[in-house]
Design a protein around this ligand. Structure first.
Ligand code: ZN
Length: 293
């Protein structure tokens, strides 16, 4: 594979002078059966290949958003605290957000907000650095309150799954910003609790509606889906993953947001998609949705 481990895309602008770049922070290989959940292999294997261990080759994508004089990092990758055995099973290459930022010439100390879409290892594992301290010393870490509570809850399914220890480090440092629902971080950048994938999963809505302009102008808005829709392969709204804790909720919110994304021309960024981004979503003539060509 000749693709570099770390890359940064060209900046794309959205309404309200919001600039967005994709940072590729490495690779990981989720189990394809788990990733596609209820979808039969006969369907997904038509357009995506697996390795000899039945895994998909997916990216660890971060977003670097600049708006209102602030710099916002979305997601923290897997970080540096996984064991070698775990990295091997999950096929992690790279994954350290600090290394990824430095590799593309960006200073981790310049980040004002870190949005963690949910507390799974491949999104929240890089909240804390090699020294056990917050990896982004000057940032507030934005996590939904529901997600923080779920991480500390007693549900058996979640034991050992959520990055509780790292969350506690961030909280103890005074850098945790627990939010509830839909919250504007700076003008043109909002987080929105979606649930579905985990109890407090959140998406990021980018670009403000231009005063006097038509809501949904196709050049204006974008969304980062978190794991609600991890790649363009999961745009069909009922294609939930086995990792979705609340699949019925996931399908309802996916249907609502994917319909809006298609009708209003939102540009889409996906957390694990290996392809070029952003992409738009279009309705098919059979009542489903897909990535526009
Ligand atoms: Zn993920």
């Amino acid at each position: 594979m000749t693709t570099p481990l770390h890359e940064i895309g060209t900046a794309r602008r959205f309404a309200g002078a919001v600039s967005v770049r994709v940072i590729r922070a490495g690779w990981f290989r989720p189990d394809a059966g788990g990733f596609f959940g209820v979808v039969p292999k006969a369907l997904w294997s038509r357009f995506v290949e697996t390795d000899d261990r039945g895994r998909l080759r997916c990216r660890l994508n971060l977003l670097l958003i600049e708006a209102g004089g602030k710099r916002i990092l979305v997601e923290t990758g897997t970080g540096v605290q996984m064991t070698e055995k775990d990295r091997d099973i999950k096929g992690v290459e790279g994954g350290d957000p600090v290394e990824a930022l430095r590799a593309v010439g960006e200073d981790p100390g310049s980040i004002d907000f870190v949005v963690v879409t949910h507390l799974h290892y491949d999104h929240a594992g890089g909240m804390v650095g090699t020294d056990g301290r917050p990896a982004f010393p000057n940032a507030r870490y934005v996590v939904q309150r529901d997600e923080a509570e779920a991480a500390h809850g007693d549900e058996l399914r979640l034991q050992g799954i959520m990055e509780v220890a790292q969350l506690d480090v961030i909280r103890a440092s005074g850098q945790l910003a627990e939010v509830n629902g839909e919250v504007e971080l700076v003008e043109g950048v909002r987080v929105m609790r979606t649930g579905g994938h985990t109890r407090g999963s959140q998406a990021v809505l980018i670009g403000k509606e231009r005063a006097g302009g038509r809501a949904g102008d196709p050049t204006e808005r974008a969304i980062f889906w978190g794991d609600l829709i991890p790649t363009r392969w999961q745009i069909p709204v009922r294609w939930t993953s086995a990792y979705d804790d609340y699949p019925i909720d996931a399908i309802e919110i996916r249907d609502e947001l994917v319909s809006r994304a298609a009708s209003d021309g939102w540009w889409c960024y996906f957390t694990h998609d290996p392809g070029e981004m952003p992409v738009r979503i279009e309705a098919t003539d059979r009542g489903s949705f897909r990535a526009a060509e």
